[in-house]
Design a protein around this ligand. Structure first.
Ligand code: TYM
Length: 327
């Protein structure tokens, strides 16, 4: 069985995109291998964030993992910063990824574009180095992510190839994998843009009240015409809503088109809102119970211990391979 690993960065509020593209899927596949799911808190420092927000967001993600059904008995749930091997390995691996390739990362380019060139943190630039270390430390082969993270996983594959060519078979080759439906949930106000934590317009946040979620869906931008049809090019708004509906109900697109034949956008939006609320109501209730219990701290403490064992083994293997003394 292959090791599975993924993580979420505790910046901003989690969205329905994170839920469909990542969290729900982690829970679905967790028993298919040794699974490691973490909170990428060191990554959150790559853009300015208040200490209090970072702490609260980190706790929230742990609680959301548990609320979605990640079981600490089968999945190691931990905070990245609790396992120092991530940082130690990054200092070594930064020598094996090149500035040229890092500067071609879409996410870096998007973020840097909005910033003053003189004040872009080195960490933002080097982000994929740390992310590659997150992956290789756990000998992970399967990396379930949304579409926006695939390029980073591809870069990690380049690193593994480069490192193993130079030092022999040391690191395990990972592979990004995405959900069949929902790898890129789009904004409800602009369906040509990804739904994201840093762009509050048109996004459904997991922390939204259920009636706010319903309102956002009912006022989602739709397209010309009145047909419920999956056609990303000509009907991006309806296609996005269909994707959300399909991901939550398991219904295929053809089935959905049939279900809403002769019906209007209003009927369809109501059904999408019902599906979202059906899923979110029990999920949010579990989250509330978990966040007010002591479970999160317990799980993270136990998770860090388990994660450290395998991470330290990999780190030692790398240190030895490159010739660091006394390892
Ligand atoms: P992050 O925190 O931006 O997003 C967490 C996960 O949610 C997915 N996602 C989406 N999926 C579908 N539709 C959307 N609109 C949407 N928005 C986000 C992301 O693709 C991701 O899978 N760098 C990572 C965190 C990370 C990581 C890792 C992931 C750090 N180290 C190692 C995997 C392996 C990030 O910032 O994801």
């Amino acid at each position: 069985m292959d090791n599975i690993l993924s993580g979420i960065k505790p910046t901003g509020k989690l969205t329905l995109g994170n839920y469909i593209g990542a969290i729900k899927n982690f829970a679905r596949i967790q028993n298919e291998g040794d699974t490691f799911v973490f909170i990428a808190d060191l990554h959150a420092l790559t853009l300015p964030i208040e200490p209090e927000d970072l702490r609260n967001n980190s706790r929230d993600i742990a609680a959301y993992y548990l609320a979605a059904g990640l079981d600490p008995k089968s999945t190691t749930i931990f905070l990245q910063s609790d396992v120092p091997a991530h940082s130690e390995l990054a200092v070594i691996m930064q020598n094996f990824l090149y500035m040229g390739e890092l500067s071609r990362m879409t996410q870096f380019k998007d973020k840097a574009q909005k910033m003053d060139n003189e004040a872009i943190g080195l960490g933002l630039f080097a982000y994929p180095v740390l992310m590659a270390c997150d992956i290789v430390l756990y000998n992970s082969k399967r990396i379930p992510v949304g579409e926006d993270q695939v390029q980073h996983v591809e870069l990690c594959r380049d690193l593994v190839k480069r490192f193993n060519n130079r030092y022999g078979d040391t690191l395990v080759m990972p592979r990004a994998e995405m959900v069949k439906v929902g790898k890129r949930i789009m904004s409800l106000s602009d369906p040509t843009k990804k739904m994201s934590k840093s762009d509050p317009k048109g996004d459904i946040f997991l922390s939204d009240d259920l009636n706010v979620m319903r309102k956002k869906i009912m006022s989602a931008v739709t397209d010309l015409g009145h047909e419920i049809k999956y056609d990303v090019e000509n009907k991006p708004g309806i296609s996005n809503l269909m994707t959300i509906y399909s991901a939550l109900t398991g219904k295929e697109f053809a089935e959905i088109e049939k279900e809403f034949e002769g019906k209007g956008y209003g009927d369809f939006k109501r059904a999408v809102a019902d599906a979202v609320i059906n899923e979110m109501e029990p999920f949010k209730k579990r989250y509330e119970e978990i966040i007010s219990s002591g479970l999160v701290d317990e799980v993270l403490e136990e998770g860090a211990k388990k994660a450290s064992v395998i991470a330290n083994e990999t780190l030692a293997r790398v240190q030895k391979a490159v010739g660091l003394y006394h390892k």
